[in-house]
Design a protein around this ligand. Structure first.
Ligand SMILES: CC(C)(COP(=O)(O)OP(=O)(O)OC[C@H]1O[C@@H](n2cnc3c(N)ncnc32)[C@H](O)[C@@H]1OP(=O)(O)O)[C@@H](O)C(=O)NCCC(=O)NCCS
Length: 151
């Protein structure tokens, strides 16, 4: 098992294929359409051209793609931060401590850019992800609240 920087030629298809699964797990009403995939493909191509702003790391098991992490350097009113945008393991690789390896790699990339804060969004029902982030030391700083409206 090894973790290494994303290689567009080799990894593009696997990272793109993971997008539908990632969104389906996190957004129950999500439908994976060709338009969505085209948009993700575009994002991925653009990110690969900006390697200092986008840390994409692939976990491989021999020749098999096991998962990846994507952290982007962003700036907002609170300053510059590392945004852990996507953390993904193929099902067979979950619950083996590999999520932590992906997170540690993403955080090391952010620190290497001289940035001391990492931030992320997670769906509250995604318990495995929430647990991983809490174990990694993330705490809740803002809440997105929702209420279904009856007609
Ligand atoms: C989110 C995700 C990356 C978490 O991965 P994970 O493998 O569960 O996380 P960890 O690497 O921290 O593994 C921890 C679990 O493995 C267990 N484990 C088994 N062997 C282990 C080992 N050798 N070392 C550490 N933990 C081990 C731990 O006890 C822990 O189980 P627990 O949660 O019941 O306490 C994974 O569930 C995933 O890819 N989900 C789909 C995509 C997704 O939703 N991503 C997040 C939103 S972007």
């Amino acid at each position: 098992m090894q973790i290494r920087p994303y290689r567009p030629q080799q990894d593009y298809r696997a990272v793109l294929n993971a997008q539908c699964d990632l969104y389906k797990i996190n957004f129950p009403r999500f439908v994976c359409t060709p338009a969505f995939l085209a948009e993700q493909a575009q994002r991925l191509r653009a990110a690969a051209k900006r390697p200092f702003e986008n840390g994409i790391f692939v976990l491989e098991d021999g020749l098999d793609f096991a998962g990846f992490v994507w952290v982007a350097i962003r700036m907002d009113l609170q300053g510059t931060y590392g945004s852990v945008d996507q953390v993904y393991l193929q099902e067979a690789y979950r619950r083996r401590g590999l999520g932590k390896l992906l997170m540690d790699t993403a955080q090391a990339f952010v620190l290497k850019q001289g940035i001391k804060v990492a931030r992320l969004y997670v769906t509250a029902e995604n318990h495995d992800a929430v647990k991983l982030y809490e174990r990694e030391g993330y705490t809740v700083t803002r809440l997105e609240m929702e209420k279904p409206l009856a007609e």
